[in-house]
Design a protein around this ligand. Sequence first.
Ligand code: ZN
Length: 576
Amino acid sequence: MRGVLALALVVALAPNADRDSAVRAQGRADVILVNGRVLTVDRNDSVAEAVAVTAGRISAVGTTAQIKTMAGETTEVIDLRGRAVTPGLIDTHVHFSGADALFTVALGEASVNSIEEVKKRVAAKVATLKPGEWVRGGGWDEGKYVERRYITAADLDAVAPNNPVWLMHTTGHYGVGNTYALKMAEVTAKTPDPPAGTIDRDAQGAPTGVMKESAMALVSRLVPPLSRDQQKQGILHIIREFNREGMTGAKDPGIGQAKWDLYREIQGEGNLTVRVFALWSGARRLEDRAAVLARVEANPRRIGLADGMLISGGVKMYMDGSGGARTAWMYQDWNKDLNGIDTGNKGYPSTDPDAYRRIVTELHDAGVHVSTHAIGDRAIDWVVDTYDQALRAKPTRGLRHGIIHANTPTDRAIDTMARLQRDYDAGYPEASAGFMWWIGDNYAANLGPQRNVRLKPFQTFVKKGVQWGGGSDYSVTPFPARYGIWASVARETLNGTHGARPFGTAEAVDVRTALRSYTAWAAARIFLDDRLGTIETGKDADLAVWDRSPYEVSTAALKDLRCEMTFVRGRLVYRR
Ligand SMILES: [Zn+2]
């Protein structure tokens, strides 16, 4: 666990340690929370009544009587009246921005349940624009529509004949353009599919408007980007929204220099109240790998560790596509409509597998943490085998390489993860339980009955000793971690199109395990487990107060838990 990080942490913690012992000598806490249920998520998952915070740290955990002795004249006393406290929740895979939700046509709401509704919202946007101006949007999902089909260019032409339209799918792995946009992109029936991409076509071979994986860029590169100010507002917005949900940490995959600079600016202005562990966008081609490594080396992780608020964490890689688009790399053909077969389509790798292996090996050899997007069983095997080979060739404990999503791992992959975790502190899934819910109806149809029961095999993870981190993949699913915690336990889809529980319940876990995947285990995914993820003396006071204890409510009620207060490093950042 420690190894690589130990030295940096000792240096970083020294000043605080002095301050702490001084305060402790006075015996006075800044804040105490008493008369509650403090879910510590410590090794024994113990539940206390009260917790004290001093100088940003947890200075004591115990009974109300014990903690009350730490109150002095200036101590703020919060009477929980039976409410619960958890460690601040951490999302280990979130595209950390609210900019699209704020500034584009937002289709990622449960109320958008038909293509007619999509058209209505696009039409409303068009009414505010001049002819020729772009309509941007995202969050659509055919799995939620009564029509049960993709949106097409023709649908959009009906409401936007004189404006280009580009609507990203909720998975981010495909999108749809209208005819105006396709014309601008010069996409016709004659345009060949680009490498690792698919232009969806009708029976006559004409583009339908749907573009998958690398083919998206044919249209999306023409869409003007949001301004720097809009991007900044988007980050500030999601920081506030995270804090409202008791969330205090985020692992943001695939950033570039511009976003890093915005994070630095927001931190400098004192508004970074969510810990951000960022992964730089990795190379998809061998020739780009040196530039990526140079960027990582220009921003070494240990610098960010000083206060643990902003960390340049490593590199995000891609192995394959999406379970929604049926582009993820599988051993067997994808299904469609549950029992049908999408004959001949096993998806594909989105990075050349040999190039992937070389790029990751070089990053590993340079001591860089890597997390790789891998959805399909074949992609997951390739990723864990790559980590395994790199670790055998250069054994390094504590780089904690991750497998993002890890939807349907083979038994062999799960065994390899367990071994890598034990031997090297590497090979951790960054799972997204919310997929089963939010895009589960689509997923169930694409995976088919046999693979469905293998989706997100959390119970098998537990049995084999595999730890994972929870994540939303926002904007793929809504980010509140209470949804992911609920989905880990309930395994229900949003609409029950193929039955309420097409993924079965054999792989469900209990709420304690689910909470652990968003706290103690998630803290380790962002290399902050020495100071976060549990409520224990000496750790940073990242805390969330809830209206009820997740350990005491029904499964269905987990979804509706309400955050009442959030603390980051002892500072109250949200109060309902
Ligand atoms: Zn993602």
